[in-house]
Design a protein. Structure first.
Length: 196
């Protein structure tokens, strides 16, 4: 659910020939079952594979595990990893110019346009939510806690009852500095891994 991080990590050079495919792959990866990977062009497959590698790196990282343990203790249960991803996207959005030469508004508009031009390649679930992502400007909204709370409330409607995601914004407010410290310790390592 950390769309912003995956989209930023699609590549350091937006002018590279494979960049658009990598971006699309990073964006749609969660909706592409393993056996369907081969249906996509090589550059999109590379983006999907990188998305999956990023997820594995993230889930195994000790700093992220510290965040998810804190979230489990706060009631997020099996959704602690999802909530942590969303929290980290907040910190990325709030400090975006530390990690990108583009401003967050410019990045989001460029990425929305590029993705829209490739929408025919979206799996059905992505085709359904993409218009809402753009209309409600989710990526820019992540910079505000209220935007994160909206995202978590939306996710909670698709999760098992009692997921706790709808109230996770209160946990972010309570322990903001601790989660920010975790993000700042983790994200440079993730970027180095993705762009190695």
């Amino acid at each position: 659910m950390n769309f912003l991080a995956h989209l930023l990590l699609a590549g350091p050079d937006a002018t590279a020939p494979a960049y658009a495919g990598h971006l699309l792959g990073q964006f749609i990866a969660d909706s592409v079952p393993g056996r369907q990977l081969e249906r996509y062009p090589a550059d999109v497959q590379a983006g999907i594979r990188m998305h999956r590698a990023i997820d594995t790196f993230t889930d195994q990282h000790p700093v992220v595990r510290r965040s998810t343990a804190r979230l489990r203790a706060a009631g997020a249960g099996k959704y602690a990893g999802v909530v942590s991803d969303v929290f980290y996207d907040h910190f990325l959005a709030a400090s975006f110019q530390e990690f990108s030469a583009e401003s967050l508004p410019d990045f989001t508009q460029r990425v929305y346009g590029l993705l829209a031009s490739r929408a025919a390649g979206f799996p059905a679930p992505v085709q359904r939510f993409f218009p809402y992502l753009v209309q409600q400007n989710w990526l820019l909204g992540y910079a505000e806690i209220a935007g994160i709370e909206r995202a978590l409330q939306g996710l909670s409607r698709r999760a098992s009852p009692g997921s706790g995601m709808e109230t996770a914004g209160a946990e972010l407010r309570r322990n903001y500095a601790a989660y920010e410290d975790d993000f700042r310790a983790f994200f440079p390592e993730l970027r180095a891994f993705a762009w190695q």
